[in-house]
Every structure is written in structure tokens, then in C-alpha cells.
Design a protein around this ligand. Structure first.
Ligand SMILES: [Zn+2]
Length: 347
């Protein structure tokens, strides 16, 4: 554990040096203050926790990928986990009888479409859980991206430049190094376009499986959850995952987040499983109510947080942490119209 704590400080110093955020060494590991470490220590610390037993309990899909770990979480539901970069981002491919839906396209370090085509020959539409950089990396590879019509989404469609993402591909960000062929020196996300706009309550019929789009603003103005009522499944994006939930960037709106979590909590009794966008490919629907209570306790000042770099504050709970920022706790509201990669902090 001491190694993990030291390592997180190192990645923080990289982030500060680059003028970026101080990253956590894996979204499954809360960031913490500590002494010096080096990149090798950092990589060792969180690599040692891979693969996670919760993920490994699911059968691997019979595909070949040098980068993605692919698990079949449910019949017709594949989790595409990027376990070798510290964000531990998870995209999902949901396959119906007539078409498939790709919920997020990951970091964009390696082409995603060839992997998707190994999993299904059906036409694929893309919906993003939100447009932070780590969920839209492969959007440009797909012709049919469905997106919300928000100023925030429109701004983010321009793509994110290398200068903003450099810390994400620094040496300590990878477990076993970057993927073969990835040009980390020029890593950026490409611009993409919306094929069709969607809105809260819209349904997507994949044939034998209907998915409902829920607009759940808070983490970002364009956060979306995906609901499969018939199968009791809810894809939560970054609105909930086990681990430190990042709720600190200027485009995060805590009032909206509370409302959205309350709405999702109402659905929990009818759910069997959450499928989050980081760390673990499954979570207990009971976590939604716990998060609803936790965020209220945090905002009521009933629990004590620990200060982190970048004006951030972390509040630790049993299965998750809330990583927010002092300006948001003080009631400041950022400009959600200008876009954001997910990697900016308050001054
Ligand atoms: Zn994310």
C-alpha cells in the first residue's frame, strides 16, 4: 500500500509539471499524498492489481486484441476493458438480433473497429456515456454516432489536442508500456460528427433488445445512462463505478448530479446489475442509493474529506470515493458550454 501511495504522488508531479491534472494511479485506487516514487514503482503498484478478480470471473470473448481485455458480462453484452492504462476505461458492445450498440469508444490508442467487427457482423451505432476524452477516442472510426444536442457535446466534438492529453500517455500511465504502434508522442483524439441526435427517453431497438437513453447530467452536461429494462441492466458511464468517482472538473454540476443519481436510485429495485465505465465491469445496483446518500452527506458538510492537489477534496466511503473540488463544494458553477476533456481542474 505504501508503494501505491508514493506512486500516486509521482503521477501527480507529472501532471503538475505538464500543467495538467494530478491523476490517480488507476481509477480503482484513490489518489493520496505521499513522498517520492518513480515511474517503475508507479506502474508496479497498480499493475500488480491487474487483472481484477471481479473482471476475471466473467468468460473472456474469443477474440484477439493486443490491447483490450474482452469479457462477456451477459449474453450479447461484451465489456471492452483497457486494463493497461491507468484510467481502466470500459466500453461496452451490446448485440441484438438486428444491430449492435457500442456504448463508448475508449481511449483511442489503438483502432477499435477491427475488434468490434470480430464480435459482430451487424451494423453498429455508437452512443457515448459522455464526451470526456477517455470515452470518445474511437468515435471517428464509426459512421453512426448518436449524440445529445448540447453545447458541451458540440465543443468536445472537435477532439482533444496532444498538449491536453500528454499526461495520459506518460511512462507511468501504462502497465507494460503503451500498445504496439501507438504514437504516444502525438496522441490526441480525433474530431467526430453526430449522425443523429438523441434525447432523454429515446429508445434504440437492436432487435430482441431495447435500450433506453437516460440523460443524467452532473458528471458532465451530456452524461448518459443506458437502460435495458427487460434484462435489468443499467450502464452508468462515469455517474457510478466502484472506486474514486471523479466529480471535480468545472463542467461537473453537483446539483444536477444529485438529481440524476436520485433518478437512477429509483430504478435500482428493478435492476440486476450496473455496468460502469471504469475499473470493474459490474457493480451492485444498491450502490446507487449509497451514492445518493453519500453525496448529500458530503454537501451537507457531515463528512470530512482530505485535500488533494488541484483544489480537490476526496471523501472516502466503503465501495467508492467522491473526488470533488472545493469550488464546487462552495457552490461555484463552471461554464459547461465550452467543452472539457475531463482533465482540467479549478484554479
Ligand atoms: Zn471516464
Amino acid at each position: 500500500m505504501a508503494t501505491v501511495l508514493r506512486a500516486s504522488r509521482y503521477i501527480a508531479s507529472i501532471g503538475v509539471a505538464l500543467g495538467l491534472i494530478a491523476c490517480a494511479p488507476g481509477r480503482d485506487t484513490p489518489p493520496a499524498d505521499s513522498a517520492q516514487a518513480n515511474a517503475a514503482e508507479l506502474a508496479n503498484a497498480w499493475c500488480a492489481k491487474q487483472p481484477r478478480p471481479v473482471n476475471e470471473a466473467f468468460p473472456p470473448a474469443t477474440v484477439s486484441s493486443r490491447w483490450f481485455d474482452v469479457y462477456q458480462v451477459e449474453p450479447g453484452v461484451y465489456a471492452l476493458l483497457e486494463a493497461r492504462q491507468f484510467q481502466l476505461t470500459i466500453s461496452y458492445l451490446i448485440v441484438g438480433d438486428a444491430s449492435a450498440l457500442l456504448f463508448d469508444t475508449g481511449l483511442g490508442l489503438v483502432p477499435l473497429r477491427p475488434l468490434v467487427e470480430q464480435l459482430t457482423p451487424l451494423p453498429v451505432r455508437v452512443v457515448n456515456s459522455h464526451t470526456h476524452f477517455d470515452h470518445v477516442g474511437g468515435n471517428a472510426e464509426f459512421a453512426s454516432v448518436l449524440a445529445l444536442e448540447t453545447p458541451y457535446t458540440r465543443a468536445n466534438q472537435r477532439g482533444f489536442p496532444h498538449a491536453e492529453l500528454a499526461g495520459e500517455v506518460a511512462a507511468g500511465s501504462f502497465c507494460g508500456g503503451p500498445p504496439d504502434g501507438a504514437d504516444t508522442a502525438a496522441f490526441h483524439t480525433r474530431a467526430w460528427t453526430t449522425a443523429r441526435t438523441v434525447a432523454d427517453g429515446d429508445t434504440l431497438d437492436l432487435g430482441g433488445r431495447v435500450l433506453e437513453i437516460l440523460h443524467v447530467p452532473g458528471h458532465t452536461p451530456d452524461a448518459v445512462a443506458l437502460l435495458d429494462r427487460d434484462h435489468g441492466l443499467l450502464w452508468t458511464g462515469d455517474s457510478y463505478y466502484d472506486g474514486p468517482v471523479w466529480l471535480y472538473v468545472p463542467e461537473t454540476d453537483l446539483d444536477a448530479y444529485e438529481r440524476s443519481i436520485a433518478g437512477l436510485t429509483d430504478l435500482a429495485p428493478a435492476l440486476r446489475r450496473l455496468l460502469p465505465a471504469h475499473n470493474l465491469v459490474t457493480a451492485d445496483p444498491a450502490r446507487l442509493g449509497e451514492m445518493q446518500r453519500a453525496i448529500r452527506e458530503v454537501r451537507d458538510g457531515n463528512v470530512k474529506g482530505a485535500s488533494e492537489s488541484g483544489n480537490r477534496v476526496i471523501f472516502r466511503f466503503d465501495k467508492f470515493s467522491i473526488l470533488t473540488s472545493q469550488p464546487l463544494l462552495d457552490g461555484q458553477v463552471g461554464d459547461g458550454t465550452r467543452g472539457g476533456s475531463g482533465l482540467t481542474t479549478w484554479p
